[in-house]
Each structure stands twice: as structure tokens, then as C-alpha cells.
Design a protein around this ligand. Structure first.
Ligand SMILES: Cc1ncc(COP(=O)(O)O)c(C=O)c1O
Length: 450
């Protein structure tokens, strides 16, 4: 019997294996085959699978209080989770608005920025635009796509939303300005000032960006001057800075948050994924004292909400996840293993289709090219990142593919991002399989006709 016949799947054309069980770094299919979860799902399962401390805390919460509507009840689980989150967030980002995922987190952050100006300047404030970046992803809802810049994911829907201004991203391997670092003087960051001036600062509420670009360009790390420059420009024009830490948050890059690498404190931060490590759908918006003070002294009410805001299960899962991370020193392990992984991945550049290897901590990316000197991508029809992924999965390693970052159509990359408690032996195993998979994909892609 076809057991999946009532599902509307991600793809009607692709036959996926059936996952039946997962433990630690590994996922097992129904035939008992073991796969290394080399990308933690989509940079979610940062503790690995089946951690008893977390599943027990969630079970206990389910038995005592599974739900209490946030407009009528407080609950202890979410209050404890907020304390755990605030103990690791940068600077004075001490307040957590809980949601159920990344798109809800970025949209809530943007709505919070808009209402901040209403509270401050009155309902007639013109500050409503959110400057984003091309080649950045902030979610798949209509709102988050309007300020996001992942062209392949937004193309079908762009007639349906009101667009927001965009600047180019720090894509040094293919600099959008044709410049070289450091003589470029981080023009990609300085462009924000131009965009604010052209738009009119009185219309701009916020700027949003991923500290390290994730799903669109594959672990793209900015030059060191980038984030401090962006912070200065936002301050100069009274624009709120929103960091989208949905992928980078909670230790992924070897520090608690991506912005911690540059000692920048945003006004608002969005997070999800690793916050409850895939055990319960969870996300959050973290607000600074400056933002909260304006709400507190103003109407006192964020005109926004979802049924699952601050539900007790998210609370139990988040608190247990963060306690586990702290107890086991996972941010530090991500930094250490990230260095080992980064070094080992350098050897991949010998493979003909590997253009660049990049990343930070346990968030590493590989850009695939058809030819190294010209850096030309494969044409989309070759489905290069899909071929690499298939060759890795055949060998028992799951990676995170993406594409379209060169011109909105062509361009292939993938990420390697194992759970934060990965060991150096496991890192070695991952890189060995990856090498085999990439070599096999290289042979296929460079010989097969389009
Ligand atoms: C940086 C970033 N922001 C937002 C999102 C959206 O998160 P979700 O898929 O949980 O809605 C993602 C998802 O990959 C992401 O990587």
C-alpha cells in the first residue's frame, strides 16, 4: 500500500527514503541504512538526535501543562526558557518574544521595528521600510520574502507582496562591484548608507541581514569590517539593526551568536532552529532594552500574536536545549571542531568542481563551479548541487544543497554543518565521505552532456 498517498509532499517527482529513527549524529531509514546527518537537518539538530535530557523535559511538560493561551496565562516553562536565552544573547538583548519558527521570527522582528517607531513618533510615522540584501534568506512567508533576497524562492510570489529596498551582499568570491578585499573598503557595507539616503532615512525602519549567509550562498562570511560598519550606519540614521540569527544562532559558528564574532549588538535579533534543536518548533525575537523601553512607556502592547506564542512545550524544549548546550560546552566544541573541519575541507579545493570552501565554526560551505579559473557555474539544467547531494547520500552522508546565487538561476553550493557535539573522528569520517562523493559528482558533471 502507498502509505504517503494523502501527503502533499515537497516534491511529487522525487522518491525520498523513509526516516524511521535517529540517534546522535545518525538517521536510519526503513531498511536499516545509516546516514550521517552532516547538516543537522537544516542547521537545526544542533544536539544531535534523541537527547534524553531534552525529550524527558518535553514529556514531563506534556504531562503537566501542554498548553495555556498566552493572552490569558503566564507559564513557568517559557519564563525559564527566556532566562536561559537571555543568559547567552549579546549585550542587552534581554527580552524574548517566542514564536514557532524562523519566518515567524523575522516577520515578528520587522513588525516590532515598525511599531517601535509608532510608539516613539506616533501613528503618522513614515518609518516603515526594511532594507534587506540580495542573496539573503529570511523565510518563506509573503512578508519575509518581501525583505528577503533569495531570488529562486521569491520569484513566483513577488507580484503578491510590497517589495522593500535591497543592497548587494558581501560575496567576495564574486564581488558584485568587481572589487577586491581589502582595497574595496567594504563597499558592500557602505552601500547601506547610499540605500538609506536614496530611500530617505525618514522612511527606513530597519536593516535586516544574516551575520553569516546561510541557505542562499552557503556559509558566506563577511569581512571583519562589515558588521561594525553596518552598525555605525544604522546608528547615524536612526535605523534599527535586525540580525537574522535563525541559522547562525546558538553556537553554530563557534560563538553563541554570529554577531558575537564582531562584537556588534543589534537592536533586535531573530532566531529559531537550534533554539530548541529540532525537538519542538520554536523561534524567538530578542529585543534590546532600548526597544523594550519604548513599548513599556508607550502603549505597552505589541499589536501582534500567534496562538503558539510562548507555549509551554517550546519553553521546556528551549530551556532543556540551552542547559544541555551549556553543560556540555557545545559552543566551544563547535569552535574547536569547526577549526578541524575547516582545515580538513581545505583539501577539497583540489577537486575540479570545487570553487571555494568557506565558513565559520560548524557552518561550512562549498561553492561548485564548472571551471575554476573563470569561476563559471554549471548551467541550472545540470543540477550540480543535486548531483553532489545524491553522490553523498549514496555514501551515507546528508548535506544541505542550495543554488541560484550567481544570477538568480545558476550557481550551486552546499553546506556541511553537523551537530555541535560532533567528535573529531566523526569530522574525519564526514570529510572522507564528502571527498568521495564530490569526486564522483565531479566525474559525472564534467563528462555528462547537459
Ligand atoms: C536565516 C534564516 N532566516 C529565516 C529562515 C526561515 O525559517 P523557517 O524555515 O523556520 O520559517 C531560515 C530558514 O532556513 C533561515 O535560514
Amino acid at each position: 500500500m502507498d502509505r504517503g498517498r494523502n501527503l502533499f509532499p515537497r516534491s511529487f517527482k522525487e522518491e525520498l527514503p523513509l526516516a524511521v529513527r535517529a540517534e546522535g549524529l545518525y538517521i536510519y531509514d526503513e531498511e536499516g541504512n545509516r546516514y550521517i546527518d552532516g547538516c543537522s537537518g537544516a542547521l537545526i539538530s544542533s544536539l544531535g538526535h534523541g537527547v534524553r535530557e531534552v525529550t524527558d523535559a518535553i514529556s514531563e511538560q506534556l504531562r503537566t501543562l501542554s498548553f495555556a493561551h498566552p493572552s490569558r496565562w503566564r507559564n513557568r516553562a517559557i519564563e525559564e526558557a527566556a532566562e536561559e536565552v537571555a543568559s547567552v544573547t549579546p549585550g542587552d538583548l534581554n527580552y524574548v518574544w517566542f514564536v514557532s519558527g524562523g519566518s515567524e521570527a523575522t516577520e515578528s522582528a520587522v513588525k516590532m521595528a515598525r511599531q517601535y517607531f509608532i510608539e516613539k513618533e506616533g501613528e503618522g510615522t513614515s518609518r516603515h521600510l526594511v532594507i534587506g540584501r540580495w542573496n539573503s534568506y529570511h523565510g518563506s512567508t509573503l512578508g519575509s520574502m518581501a525583505f528577503g533576497g533569495n531570488v529562486p524562492r521569491r520569484r513566483f510570489y513577488s507580484p503578491m507582496f510590497k517589495d522593500h529596498p535591497k543592497i548587494q551582499t558581501h560575496y567576495c568570491y564574486r564581488c558584485p562591484f568587481g572589487l577586491d578585499y581589502p582595497s574595496c573598503d567594504v563597499k558592500c557595507a557602505r552601500e547601506l548608507e547610499n540605500a538609506i539616503k536614496i530611500t530617505g532615512p525618514q522612511y527606513v525602519a530597519a536593516f535586516i541581514a544574516e551575520p553569516v549567509v546561510g541557505s542562499t550562498v552557503g556559509a558566506l562570511v563577511p569581512p571583519d569590517e562589515y558588521w561594525p560598519t553596518i552598525r555605525d550606519i544604522c546608528d547615524k540614521y536612526g535605523v534599527l539593526l535586525i540580525a537574522d540569527e535563525v541559522m547562525t544562532g546558538f553556537g553554530r559558528t563557534g560563538k553563541a551568536f554570529g554577531v558575537d564574532h564582531w562584537n556588534v549588538v543589534p537592536d533586535i535579533m531573530a532566531a529559531a532552529k537550534a533554539m530548541a534543536a529540532g525537538y519542538v518548533p520554536t523561534g524567538g525575537v530578542f529585543a534590546s532594552e532600548k526597544v523594550v523601553e519604548v513599548f513599556r512607556k508607550g502603549s505597552g502592547v505589541f499589536v501582534h500574536g500567534h496562538t503558539y506564542n510562548g507555549n509551554p512545550l517550546s519553553g521546556a524544549a528551549t530551556a532543556a536545549t540551552l542547559r544541555y548546550m551549556k553543560k556540555n560546552g557545545l559552543f566551544e566544541n563547535a569552535r574547536m571542531q569547526g577549526e578541524i573541519l575547516g582545515e580538513a575541507l581545505e583539501s577539497l579545493v583540489e577537486i575540479p568542481i570545487v570553487g571555494e570552501v568557506r565558513g565559520k565554526g560548524l557552518m561550512r560551505g562549498v561553492e561548485i563551479v564548472s571551471e575554476k579559473v573563470s569561476r563559471n557555474p554549471f548551467p541550472r539544467a545540470k543540477r550540480a548541487s543535486a548531483v553532489v547531494t545524491a553522490e553523498c547520500i549514496r555514501r551515507g552522508l546528508v548535506i544541505y544543497p542550495s543554488g541560484g546565487m550567481v544570477d538568480g538561476v545558476d550557481g550551486d553550493n552546499f553546506m556541511i554543518a553537523p551537530p555541535l557535539n560532533v567528535t573529531s573522528e566523526q569530522v574525519g569520517e564526514i570529510v572522507a565521505i564528502l571527498k568521495e562523493g564530490l569526486n564522483a559528482a565531479s566525474d559525472i558533471l564534467l563528462t555528462a552532456p547537459v
